[in-house]
Design a protein around this ligand. Structure first.
Ligand code: ZN
Length: 213
């Protein structure tokens, strides 16, 4: 699989530190499973992070290196929940509790379906699958907070290029784009948004011109 689009360096760093919100972390984990380059980079960042913690923590908080590192364990473990893959279950399979082929899609509007994915009780943000029919043009939309999109099948193109299976689009606050799905295959994506309300707003604006509501 040839992957052209990767998470930003800062996104990978937050992921490695275990500080990325759950939905965004899940999308990065699913990308890393497909992308040896990012997997390698994250492992290197984790090694550096662990070393820094051992060197700095005892002096700053008065703990031994072992105690300090144990204190850091929950956030690292939160990331590891996605990274430590069982050989038979992919990140996506675990998120869905089953296979992508068995998802019960809900229709959002003409040519667009979605499937919201359940997060942990205290988790913020939004994680869902989106399926777009072939050749579908989506209205321009901006983003509130970070948004990560991983292409699972098919492709889409926007001002930044063409995104195919395995590619990840990492968009910040100020970005507006107008994606068009592949004319033959359409597109299936895993999308994480930092803010739930804002994401619903974006969805409404995508769907509104199509449904006429
Ligand atoms: Zn990558």
């Amino acid at each position: 699989m040839k992957i052209d689009h990767h998470p930003d360096e800062s996104t990978l760093m937050s992921y490695a530190a275990g500080s990325l919100p759950e939905p965004l972390s899940a999308v990065v984990a699913a990308h890393i499973e497909l992308c040896p380059d990012c997997a390698h980079e994250v492992r290197a960042m984790e090694r550096i992070g662990a070393t820094l913690f051992e060197v700095l923590a005892p002096a700053s908080v008065g703990l031994t290196a072992g105690q300090a590192f144990a204190g850091a364990a929950p956030s690292l473990a939160a990331t590891a929940a996605y990274v430590d893959t069982r050989p038979t279950a992919s990140v996506l399979t675990r998120l869905l509790g089953g296979e992508l082929a068995d998802v019960h899609w809900k229709r959002l509007g003409f040519g667009i379906w979605h499937y919201p994915i359940k997060l942990s009780p205290n988790s913020k943000g939004d994680l869902r699958l989106i399926k777009v029919a072939p050749g579908q043009v989506m209205p321009d939309h901006g983003h509130g907070g970070s948004e990560l999109t991983l292409i699972l099948s098919g492709s889409y193109s926007d001002e930044f290029g063409t995104y195919r299976s395995g590619d990840l689009s990492d968009l910040g606050d100020d970005v507006e784009h107008q994606p068009v799905s592949d004319p033959v295959e359409g597109c299936v994506c895993l999308i994480a948004s930092e803010r739930k309300a804002r994401f619903k707003d974006v969805l409404a604006r995508i769907v509104q011109p199509l449904t006429g509501l």
